[in-house]
Design a protein around this ligand. Structure first.
Ligand code: ZN
Length: 391
């Protein structure tokens, strides 16, 4: 392992040290001899697992134990004192829950059955789903997709340090590990880096926010969050491609980075925004754009609840760039916030759902208010070639 890139310019990883749990398989002889248990990770658990091992979730070195879990949901802190809002749990299926014992080393496989790592089981514990949902999601209504996720996964969890095999550590397309991201930011020679996270095609309101970020700090990192497959949402490949085009054709050269940020579906609104901030600090970012209803779902969280959570002093080093919601003003024919217009009652909302609806219904003229023409045309063209949305 090369030493992790450190620079006095870069923000510290959360907790002070960038976690690295990537090991050659030969360092775990029990696994080579096949004398361990085996557990298959769900796609969401695999994302958590890789994020722990590559340092995205520093200072976590494994899936949470019962003590860590209870500390996080009841006090909002890890036992070490760092603020942490979303538990990182490995839910065991019934068969695994029956066979696994504390002290065992369990091989972890992906959905295809390939061994990608291991967990050193330190704790097996049960969670109270109702308490989890109330404290993490702020609701236990079963219509909430995050609540449904938790209920589906059962109550038994396995905690312990993880190792990711070096052979299985290949990143996804456009995905930067914390180590690589920090090295790339360091190489710019600059010292202020703003992260913007999104799951959607960039509309004019997003561009408006990107330009504010570029005005305030040196570098903008656009992090397309992938890993959740929600029916009806844009395919992540399309979002990444459109962003790639936007950045290379319209944004200042060398000042905008694109990253494929893998996160499982959580839907925890403000608490999820806090987790994103944690990951982005570990990736080396100093600032984070938080807009309206960031990481929200339906109308469960207040319009600016995800900004308010950061008003409480915390152990995070990354600073929040809270931005008001951009709208389209038909009166001025401009993107504007409520502060900028004389006729705020006429402001029109901009959102990904409208883009989807207008595209599907072929109402391309109306898309012009929401998207720049180059993006609209690229989407229309792409729509003819391959499915744009998850079915
Ligand atoms: Zn106006």
């Amino acid at each position: 392992m090369t030493p992790s890139p450190t620079s006095i310019r870069l923000i510290e990883p959360y907790g002070g040290t960038l976690v690295d749990r990537i090991v050659p398989m030969s360092e775990i002889p029990e696994l080579e001899r096949g004398t361990t248990g085996v557990m298959t990770l769900t796609p969401g658990a695999e994302i958590h697992f890789r994020n722990i091992a590559t340092g995205c979730y520093s200072p976590l070195t494994g899936f949470m134990s019962g003590a860590e879990y209870r500390s996080v949901i009841r006090t909002g802190k890890l036992p070490g004192g760092q603020d942490w809002k979303v538990p990182v749990l490995l839910h065991a299926d019934a068969l695994t829950a029956r066979d696994v014992r504390e002290g065992m080393l369990v091989a972890l496989t992906d959905q295809a059955g390939s061994r990608i790592g291991a967990i050193d089981v330190r704790d097996i514990f049960e969670i109270d789903q109702d308490e989890y949902c109330r404290l993490v999601m702020g609701t236990n209504e079963t219509e909430h997709p995050g609540v449904r996720n938790i209920v589906r996964q059962g109550t038994v969890c396995i905690g312990g340090e993880v190792s990711l095999f070096a052979d299985a550590a290949t990143p996804e397309t456009l995905q930067s590990s914390p180590r690589d991201s920090r090295a790339a930011l360091d190489a710019t020679g600059k010292d202020s880096f703003t992260a913007f996270s999104t799951r959607n095609i960039p509309h004019r309101g997003h561009e408006f926010q990107h330009r504010i970020a570029l005005d305030r700090t040196d570098i903008l990192g656009i992090h397309v969050i992938t890993g959740a497959t929600v029916t009806g949402s844009f395919r992540s490949g399309a979002v990444l491609d459109i962003y790639d085009m936007l950045i290379s054709e319209f944004y200042p050269r060398g000042r905008v980075f694109l990253n494929n940020l893998r996160l499982p579906p959580i839907y925890a609104g403000p608490n999820e925004a806090f987790l994103q901030a944690t990951v982005l600090q570990n990736l080396g970012y100093t600032h984070f754009v938080v807009g309206r209803d960031h990481a929200g779902v339906g109308s469960y969280y207040g319009r600016y609840a995800s900004q308010e959570i950061f008003e409480i002093p915390s152990t995070l080093g990354i600073e929040i760039l809270p931005l008001p919601e951009p709208h389209y003003c038909p009166h001025c024919d401009k993107i504007a916030t409520e502060e900028m217009c004389d006729r705020p009652e006429f402001l029109e909302k901009l959102n990904g759902r409208d883009v989807r609806r207008l595209l599907v219904e072929g109402r391309h003229e109306e898309l012009a208010e929401i998207l720049r023409p180059e993006i609209r045309d690229a989407l229309i063209e792409r729509q003819h070639e391959s499915p744009l949305f998850i079915e």
